[in-house]
Design a protein around this ligand. Structure first.
Ligand SMILES: C[S@@+](CC[C@H](N)C(=O)[O-])C[C@H]1O[C@@H](n2cnc3c(N)ncnc32)[C@H](O)[C@@H]1O
Ligand code: SF4
Ligand code: SF4
Length: 363
């Protein structure tokens, strides 16, 4: 409970800093892209092409030593959560050392993975490294549909097996399934929830497909899987009843504000909300670039030239925060949902939900 209140104070510091034009003591979350290498060929994302098209780019990715400095610096500042993503996160040669470094600094460490490398040995090693939570991307409850959109046969079965191994080697690990909402799965949400319940995972996050950076790099996103305006009508009813089904069955998912926004997003209007990108969370990309968020592409520094704490306090970053004050350019759950959760009005309206969800965050 003490940690929950400490988190609340930190959130409040971020909230009033935005409104008073101050720099918060630190973000709560760092999203760290540890590599752009990838072993799948997804239709919705072009990242897999990056290191294949220009192999020299791989050599310019952040060194483990610089990642360690970031982790240590972030911990001193008061960051609570590290999310490691990619590319394929599990392709990083030092993934276990990085997880251990985050955890030994007292922060929560999560990874986002496509699940294809979650072998028995990998899951055992992840459990020993002390990981806090894992988000496994599964885009359909059906093997063929998932493999088709991810571009490599066998991916579905490997991800499912992987979730089972993760549970076996660490029954207390928080496991969440990430599903990208597209034409591919518009009518399969109920089946998706049933799959999550069978697997015994803790949550299901549904994120609408975006044609934004970084997904749109190098030829990017296949437009044929975008929802058309006609699909949205059927989808609206399905989506809201899916959320209810998840809550009724004890699955963690995003807020009703976020779900209402998804519908509006697919109708072509990104809902107005107060975005806390660069305040509650930041992105560090594979080359050390620091950004308030992924989609805005406003670079505020590089870890190869300066420390994270110096970049955080810099005039450049502060000017960038001010310029993004009214940004509504994306509806990516990783920035939008924490932004919703920071608002005191949201907290009062959803106190029961926040208390219910606290085990997803505090470990
Ligand atoms: C970029 S991936 C990196 C981690 C890992 N490779 C994976 O696929 O889970 C992180 C998350 O972004 C999601 N994603 C990929 N393409 C997207 C798009 N066009 N719009 C929104 N989210 C997307 C993925 O489904 C995944 O859950
Ligand atoms: S979504 Fe993940 S697995 Fe698919 S191409 Fe992008 S980074 Fe690779
Ligand atoms: S709305 Fe999206 S693009 Fe704009 S600042 Fe927030 S996270 Fe970044």
């Amino acid at each position: 409970m003490f940690d929950f209140f400490k988190l609340g104070f930190h959130a409040f510091n971020i909230f009033y800093s935005k409104h008073l034009g101050l720099i918060p003591k630190s973000p709560l979350i760092v999203y760290l892209e540890i590599t752009r290498s990838c072993n799948l060929r997804c239709k919705h994302c072009g990242i897999w092409r990056v290191n294949m098209i220009d192999k020299s780019l791989f050599k310019t990715e952040l060194s483990t030593r610089t990642i360690f400095s970031l982790v240590d610096d972030a911990a001193r500042m008061g960051v609570k959560f590290f999310y490691l993503f990619g590319g394929e996160t599990l392709l990083h040669k030092d993934i276990f050392r990085i997880i251990r470094r985050v955890k030994s600094n007292g922060m929560s460490c999560s990874i986002v993975t496509n699940g294809s490398l979650l072998s028995k040995k990998m899951c055992k090693r992840l459990a020993h490294a002390g990981l806090s939570s894992v988000q496994v991307s599964i885009d359909s409850p059906f093997e063929k549909k998932h493999d088709n959109v991810r571009g490599v046969d066998g991916t579905f079965n490997r991800a499912i097996e992987g979730v089972k191994f993760l549970k076996k080697f660490n029954p207390h690990l928080n496991i969440m399934i990430n599903t990208l909402l597209s034409k591919n799965n518009v009518s399969d949400l109920k089946k998706m929830i049933e799959l999550c319940l069978r697997l015994g995972v803790n949550g299901l996050r549904l994120t609408p497909i975006h044609d934004k950076y970084p997904f749109n790099v190098k030829g990017g996103v296949d437009k044929s899987i975008f929802l058309s305006k006609d699909d949205v009508g059927i989808f609206e009813v399905e989506l809201l009843s899916a959320r209810k089904l998840m809550i009724d069955n004890g699955l963690y998912t995003d807020s009703s504000d976020y779900y209402n926004g998804i519908i509006s997003y697919f109708k072509g209007i990104i809902p107005r909300f107060s975005c806390f990108a660069g305040l509650v969370a930041v992105e560090v990309n594979a080359y050390g670039g620091v950004f308030p968020c992924m989609a805005s592409r406003k670079n505020v520094g590089n870890l190869n030239n300066s420390s994270f704490s110096n970049i955080w306090k810099s005039r450049e970053f502060q000017e960038c925060r001010v310029s993004l004050k009214k940004c509504n350019n994306c509806f990516l759950s990783c920035f939008v949902e924490p932004s919703f959760r920071l608002s005191p009005v949201f907290a009062l309206k959803n106190l029961r939900g926040l208390l219910r969800d606290k085990s997803m965050f505090l470990n």
